[in-house]
Design a protein. Sequence first.
Length: 468
Amino acid sequence: TTTMQNNAHTVEDGAAAFLFLTYGEVNNPHAWDEFFQGVPRGQYSILVHAKHHNEVKHPRFRKRCIEPVATKWGTTSLVRAHKRLLEKALENPNNQRFILVSDSCMPVVGLQTMLDRLKNTFVDGRTGRPLSAFDVHEWQQTDQRKNLLHFAREALAEARCDGTISRKAVEVLEWLVQSKAKGVTSHTQWCILNRRDARIIAEGGEELEAWLEAYDRMLTLERVRGAETLAPDELFVLSFLQWHRERSNRRYEFLTQARTTFGHCCLLFGGGGGGDTQHPHPLPSLHGEFIAQCNHHSSLFGRKFREGMDVFFWRLLWAARSNAERVEAANRAYRFYEFEEEQRSGQLVWRTPRHEEQILADWAAVEAERDRRRPPPAPRTAVAPAAGEVATGGEQGATVGGEGAAVAAAVGGQVSCHACRAEEEQHAASQAPTRSPSPERGGSPSVGKKPKAAGGGVSGKEKGVVRV
């Protein structure tokens, strides 16, 4: 294995396949749709494996859904879903890189910048060929291997007694015990594969099925939920590829320090961070500290982000030409998030004239974009009273029939209503930002809540097992 290195060597043109592994719709389909615009279609492709594919509504993603396999968090079914995506993506001979992303992932650089980095950085320095990239959990390897060795011994003993698993799966368990699980490497599941490694997973056949069977025996859902082991998809892909390389007597490398997707789990701000192993809390906004960490690690994506975020600030981030500009774009987004939260709570404070000017400009741009995306309101219709009845309207009541009926018919049955107009005007007024006193005017800034610290570790339930 090797660490990621910068060089000027480029490879032949090939598409990057974005493989979305989701529950349903991606969290921010409009932002993703804009991300893919402006770059020739031949430079990328999209496939979606959605657990609930009927929930995928955006046309860019709906027509690229594949037939899903049944999935469940914390099981090998997610490896099978990844494999299914790779099988379909390999049908396109132009695809050279295969990028797995989740529904809560978002790109933190523009698409052209991302493609340039893939072609110039994620490559073998000698041959210029694409390399598969993994974010390896170096600090977790010892405890993971210790626990896996314990689980493999248990599973092997059970298998020899009941004979309920295949001979090939037994061989995998024997190999794990003999090697003391040193061949297993933990990493985030959000990896990037080159075409060679994608084919090894997609065409793994009986050997890959034997590995999955062995993992099913060792890595039970109870152990994953109890934090006694990582989920199978965080222990499988690189481990299987390394094993395959060893068996085939071939020499090639992987990028193992490529934090291509940066997670916010260790950062607590703006309601983000925290949560449990299965459901970390999503980030409600971009944030300068988060983007600074993405810059530091040369990350291409960040996660987890909540749904329904404004495209305006993502556009600013992707258009940035330097790391400093990216951080400023993220801080600008977070200041706007704070503004909306303060406005909702009635504690809006203009900190400086510049702050007020910037926020109001951003507010106008965001609202204009939200208006464009809102579905048109259903026309208000009124049932016309029978001839001779009086249509209410205060002192302006009029008999419907004759000229009044003709006017109502001419507008398709819609009747002007003063009460409705007043309601709409009142709603529009409530959407405008309320000005609260600034510190210079005698007011005091609002005080945000301090995020809670994460809880401490808990000892493992099984003897000899370390909680990870």
